[in-house]
Design a protein around this ligand. Structure first.
Ligand SMILES: Cc1cc2nc3c(=O)[nH]c(=O)nc-3n(C[C@H](O)[C@H](O)[C@H](O)COP(=O)(O)O)c2cc1C
Length: 337
């Protein structure tokens, strides 16, 4: 059989990186770099963009890169390219080693649904605003679970009242620990943006201010750290969002990369289903509450992300895009003589 003559063009690689950078990342730190070398698109972590207080083990950095990897892979597949994914081909030194390589090995029509899923990349946003009160239908939950499982992870909806109460307490405890840590506050402040021309970080338009009426069963990460604690007004309309724990069996760099891919895929599946979502990260940031969360959710596997999921308020305006650094600054092209 003749060898494949398919090549990855610079244009295709650029399109894939443009999609990759729209992925969610911890504090919108965008901790990735890309390199095009022949038919290979290599992904590296960018350690200069670490958030060491909230993410001392770089777990969330790798997850963010995993979500970007998923977007790049999906975009190449949606373009009809057959792509082989090599994860951690050099090892696990994040300073030097590739996190993954996407190698174009031929052409192959996209799987059913992949082209449609790729169209959700531009529409996905973290939505921290209050959700509608509607429950998540079972078939939607199954779709989200399948999305996590197809990337080697698991998804557990938190349904039992007892577990929801425990989770709410753990989030409140972790939130208290973090917001009383001056290093945490300084780091969050450093990634909070008021400049409309900023290329990274969390803009004011993406956060719900702590002085706005909001009552939820679960405390969201408070990006409005300039305000005083205890300012929030009490609103009797308590939001009861769907809450999902995304987890993996292992807890090493490979498992974090898979969890990031799973997060990327399931957020796109959620977007395509008309759902909105935002992470409830505090209970996993803090090692002690992460261990307690494991107990509360049955003691199996490693929780990698807690997601709040629901239908957006139909009257809510479309969220503006959070900023991104331009793809051209993040893609190095290797030229061979
Ligand atoms: C690993 C990871 C952890 C995150 N943790 C939180 C969190 O705890 N609270 C939150 O509100 N957003 C969290 N986010 C969402 C990011 O803040 C968001 O992706 C980023 O600001 C970019 O915005 P976008 O998702 O709307 O594109 C997290 C995202 C990732 C990938």
């Amino acid at each position: 059989m003749a060898a494949s003559t398919t090549t990855l063009t610079i244009e295709q690689a650029r399109t894939a990186v443009e999609a990759a950078i729209l992925a969610p990342s911890i504090h919108n730190s965008q901790p990735w770099r890309w390199r095009l070398d022949g038919d290979c698109l290599d992904l590296f972590a960018d350690l200069t963009r670490a958030v060491p207080v909230v993410d001392p083990h770089r777990r969330q950095m790798v997850m963010s890169c995993g979500a970007a990897l998923f977007n790049a892979w999906l975009t190449l597949r949606a373009a009809g390219l057959e792509v082989q994914v090599d994860e951690l081909p050099d090892g696990t030194d994040l300073a030097t080693d590739r996190l993954a390589t996407l190698r174009v090995v031929g052409q192959c029509p996209p799987a059913q649904g992949d082209a449609e899923l790729a169209t959700a990349i531009n529409r996905r946003h973290t939505d921290r605003r209050p959700f509608d009160q509607a429950d998540l239908p079972d078939e939607v939950l199954h779709g989200l679970r399948r999305a996590a499982e197809s990337e080697g992870c698991w998804l557990a909806p938190v349904v039992r009242t007892e577990t929801r109460v425990e989770l709410s307490v753990l989030l409140a405890r972790a939130d208290w620990v973090e917001t009383h840590d001056p290093d945490y506050r300084a780091e969050l402040m450093a990634w909070s943006r008021t400049d409309p021309n900023a290329l990274d970080g969390v803009p004011r338009s993406a956060v719900v201010g702590s002085d706005e009426p909001r009552q939820s069963e679960f405390p969201l990460r408070d990006f409005d750290i300039v305000g005083e604690a205890g300012q929030r007004l009490r609103d009797p309309q308590v939001e009861r969002p769907g809450v999902l724990v995304l987890g993996s069996d292992g807890d090493d760099t490979a498992a974090w990369l898979h969890a990031g891919r799973a997060l990327g895929r399931l957020l796109l599946v959620a977007t395509a289903a008309g759902l909105a979502a935002s992470p409830l990260g505090q209970a996993i940031d803090v090692d002690a509450t992460r261990a307690l969360l494991r107990e509360a959710t049955g003691g199996i596997g490693q929780a990698q992300m807690i997601l709040r999921v629901g239908y957006p308020d139909p009257a809510a305006p479309t969220l503006p895009q959070t900023p991104r650094r331009p793809a051209c600054d993040l893609l190095e092209v290797v030229h061979h003589a």
